[in-house]
Design a protein around this ligand. Structure first.
Ligand code: KE4
Length: 426
């Protein structure tokens, strides 16, 4: 089934670490060569061995309209015919900024960059620059890209500082990152009280998507907002994954809580390298050249990427979000009926068009719960799904995604999940 991918993977190893350009693609947790992709179209993806899959990875989120949407492709082609990059301002960057500001609550001013990592790194630098404070609070299991300040594991004690989670990250960097527990406001309050007037920002994925799909508990985001207000801390929502996916204005709109800073990526780039950070005008005017906080980028606001992103956002109207929500509901209902028929230790969680099937009895409220899942069962399930023609994220710690064209495939997807679960628990 994967002969050609296996050959290609072997050769790729010769030139690239792990044979990939991002570790998440290496299939380390599930084994076997990752399928090398030949092309993708709508909700489908095709590998070099001729296998066709229903794609629930969607390039880890961006392909919300399905792959190779004709209007997105056309916009990129027209842009590239005019020259792919100028390193100078273009009108379309302003059009994109206006569209984003119009959608997102509390987004007054923003800067376009090239990746989610860059967006998150820059947001943290602005928060530090605006407050004059050094420390940040992040949450165990939340991923904000590979910036040094984020590759930090929870310290051994509840109130100790973070520890490097990768060689190359210094103790000095780790000392300024504190790690709290998602959905546990007391764990945040303790850190804020332990380090008074030292925390610049609390940064989180408002809906976790990098430890499986974990929604915020009722009141958690509101409590974070209040805590930040009480201690002059900036609240940063990393909406790289949730932005423009879970609602027109992202998680901030869906939950009615407005942060001071945002990070965006994935969907907003329409499948091209484009991301952004932004937020309250008072904070964002600190960014050079208006203010002293330096951040720059050769390809920032790249006109081809912005054209594709803008074409994507223009298709993400109320009908599109209704379709995504209805498709998510139908998937959830179908899977829940299967789970309810059996006493399998399986639990699903969904927010809009992002979802996870956890191999454990109970709900997953934080990273600790996610690590408690039966990973062997997940690997088994993953293999059955791949062989049945469903391309899903190769880790229990990733979320699955739906795109608008999935609306006509939900019944098939549910059937294949049913078959894979039956085989897993046989
Ligand atoms: P990028 O630098 O990969 O564009 O964005 C980093 C990032 C920031 N914030 C959140 C919430 C994210 O999910 C991500 C990237 N997500 C991962 C997978 N969940 C991308 C896949 C990969 O690393 O290859």
């Amino acid at each position: 089934m994967f002969e050609r991918s296996s050959e290609l993977f072997d050769e790729a190893h010769t030139y690239m670490p792990g044979g990939v350009n991002s570790p998440a693609r290496a299939y380390s947790a599930v084994g076997g060569p990752p399928p090398f992709i030949k092309k993708a179209e709508g909700p489908y993806i095709f590998d070099e061995d001729g296998n066709k899959y229903i794609d629930t990875v969607l390039s880890w989120g961006p392909a919300i309209l399905g792959h190779a949407h004709p209007d997105v492709t056309e916009a990129a082609k027209k842009a590239v015919d005019r020259g792919s990059t100028f390193g100078a301002p273009t009108e379309i960057e302003t059009e994109m900024a206006r569209e984003m500001v119009d959608r997102v609550p509390g987004l007054d001013v923003l800067r376009l960059v090239s990746s989610g990592t860059e967006a998150c790194m820059s947001a943290v630098r602005v928060a530090r620059g605006a407050t004059g404070r050094d420390k940040i609070i992040k949450f165990d299991g939340c991923y904000h890209g590979h910036g040094d300040s984020f590759l930090i594991a929870a310290g051994s004690g509840a109130l100790t500082l973070g520890e490097p989670d990768s060689p190359g990250v210094t103790e000095g960097t780790a000392r300024d990152t504190l790690v709290a527990n998602f959905n546990d406001i007391d764990s945040v309050r303790r850190l804020v009280e332990e380090y008074p007037d030292e925390v610049a920002t609390i940064i989180l994925e408002p809906i976790c998507g990098n430890t499986g799909c974990i929604p915020p508990k009722d009141g958690f985001l509101e409590d974070l907002r209040d805590l930040c207000d009480d201690h002059d801390i900036l609240l940063t929502f990393d909406e790289v994954m949730t932005g423009f996916r879970v609602a027109r204005g992202g998680a901030a709109e869906r939950y009615g809580v407005t942060p001071d800073l945002y990070c965006f990526g994935k969907v907003v780039g329409g499948g091209f390298p484009m991301a952004a950070y932004g937020g309250r005008e008072e904070v964002m005017r600190k960014v050079a050249p208006d203010g002293p906080v330096y951040q720059a980028g050769t390809l920032s606001g790249n006109p081809v990427a912005v054209a594709a992103g803008l074409a994507t956002l223009r298709h993400l109207d109320d009908d599109a979000y209704e379709t995504l929500e209805a498709t998510g509901q139908r998937l959830e209902q179908g899977v829940q009926e299967i789970i309810d028929e059996h006493d399998w230790p399986v639990y699903q969680q969904r927010v809009g068009s992002m979802f996870s099937i956890f191999f454990r009895e109970d709900a997953v409220d934080d990273h600790g719960d996610a690590t408690d899942c039966d990973m062997d069962r997940f690997v088994d399930f993953f293999g059955h799904m791949l062989r049945s023609g469903v391309y899903m994220a190769p880790s229990q710690y990733e979320a699955g995604f739906l795109c608008t064209p999935h609306s006509s495939l939900v019944d098939t997807l549910v059937e294949r999940i049913d078959d894979a679960l039956q085989a897993t628990f046989a």
